[in-house]
Design a protein around this ligand. Structure first.
Ligand SMILES: *Cc1c(COP(=O)(O)O)cnc(C)c1O
Length: 416
């Protein structure tokens, strides 16, 4: 398409956007002057769908009406409440319903998955992760390595891009697997890297790893609800994600996990809790733990229903729209953004997001000059700054418009 850098053109794109009306389904934060912020931070905290209150109020009302009996008598009984999320989640990550479970929080789930899927031996004890992975993931893998009595120095392989490049090449991952594969126990990558916005080649990396006997898992914090996923068919061993970024379910909301069905009947070690026990006799509180033969078997506790209600509200929007339409608009939004940024004559910014991307664009600022970011913030943009030198912006297809993208560009250009 021939793009133009005018507001009229952006408004024309909005008028032709089949998802345009979904913006009204969300609360857009307001500036002090009463105007809407240009909110480009859905990669960090997604906005609240207006229907969220309806879903949560239902559970508050049923709690008031039924007390403990709400577990069975609520309109949406709390006992099986997490099961109301599985169909929607299975569509978002491309899984069978038995392979997904909403539980705990993200870093907790990453640890639980490593308890099952990281079984280091003297010969095979290494973990591969991106050098610029989200810090929590680095802390988690390092602590697992130490917990098993190995050293981070010997057992952690951190992937870095080649000099002068910002994305990691699949062929470089392949070379490491080729060279050290027999010593590698686990590959754990952010499906979409939180810093650069790079989308990894899930299928190829999974195959390369598994061919060498390596377990392959992904942290989908920045991928779930952002890019098309097909975890089951890609044969990914496990995955974890949170629900408050692109999945718009509120700060600290319950996270989720995927365990491929090939592992459901295995005897993998795991940390157990009553909610993962067979549903038939869970309430008879038997002495011996007998796990549910699905991803549900990894649950520990009964989940926060108020949080699951918020997730359910959000997933109902994803059900209506579907990932295909979202991804199509996402591509158009970022194409337009890149076109606009490219038209600015400056050497002070550089795009580090590769063409394999979701809706996040990472803009490197020369000399890490954060003043630029502070100034666009003053003018009503909500984006985020990541040290040492990156502004991340994520036009989210559900609630961002082409005019948001244009207005952001216009502000950035003025400030530059
Ligand atoms: C957002 C994010 C987290 C946050 O972890 P919580 O346990 O939800 O606090 C962890 N890892 C990645 C890759 C993230 O993007």
């Amino acid at each position: 398409m021939n793009y133009k850098n005018t507001l009229e053109f952006a408004l024309e794109l909005d008028a032709n956007d089949e998802l345009q009306h979904y913006r009204n389904e969300f609360h857009i934060p307001l500036q002090k002057n009463g105007e809407e912020h240009i909110y480009l931070c859905g990669n960090s905290l997604g906005l609240q769908a207006k229907r969220t209150a309806v879903f949560i109020n239902q559970e508050l009302a049923d709690w008031a009406t039924f007390g403990v009996e709400g577990h069975f008598h609520a309109k949406n009984p709390w006992m099986p409440y997490h099961e109301f999320l599985t169909e929607s989640y299975s569509k978002i990550v491309g899984a069978k319903q038995s392979e997904v479970i909403a539980m705990n929080t993200l870093t907790v789930n990453l640890h639980l998955m490593m308890v099952s899927f990281y079984q280091p031996t003297e010969k095979r004890h290494k973990i591969i992760i991106e050098a610029d992975a989200f810090p929590s993931d680095i802390y988690a893998v390092e602590s697992q390595i130490k917990y098993h009595g190995y050293s981070v120095e010997d057992s952690l392989i951190k992937l870095t891009p080649r000099g002068g490049e910002s994305a990691i090449r699949t062929e470089d991952i392949e070379a490491i697997i080729e060279r050290e594969g027999d010593e590698i126990a686990l590959i754990i990558l952010g499906g979409v890297n939180y810093y650069t916005g790079q989308v990894f080649d899930f299928e190829t990396i999974t195959k390369l790893g598994q061919d060498k006997g390596i377990v392959v898992g992904f942290d989908l914090a920045h991928a779930a609800g952002n890019v098309k996923l097909d975890l089951h068919n890609w044969e990914v061993d496990f995955a974890v994600w949170c629900s408050y970024k692109y999945l718009n379910s509120g700060p600290g909301s319950v996270a989720a996990a995927f365990v491929h069905e090939k592992h459901h009947h295995s005897n993998l070690p795991r940390f157990a809790g009553w909610w993962g026990h067979n549903k038939e006799d869970r309430f008879e509180m038997p002495d011996e733990f007998s796990p549910i033969k699905s991803a549900e078997g990894w649950q520990l506790s009964n989940p926060s229903i108020l949080s699951l209600a918020a997730i359910r509200a959000s997933l109902s929007v994803f059900d209506e729209v579907g990932m295909d339409k979202l991804v199509r608009k996402s591509k158009q939004l970022t194409d337009y953004l890149l076109f606009l940024l490219d038209s600015i004559e400056t050497d002070r910014i550089e795009i580090i997001t590769p063409k394999e991307r979701g809706c996040q664009i990472s803009i490197r600022v020369k000399n890490g000059n954060k003043e630029l970011f502070d100034k666009i913030t003053e003018k009503g943009v909500i984006a985020d700054w990541r040290d040492p030198d990156v502004i991340r912006v994520a036009p989210v297809p559900l609630y961002n418009s082409f005019s948001d993208v244009f207005n952001f560009y216009n502000i950035l250009k003025t400030v530059l």
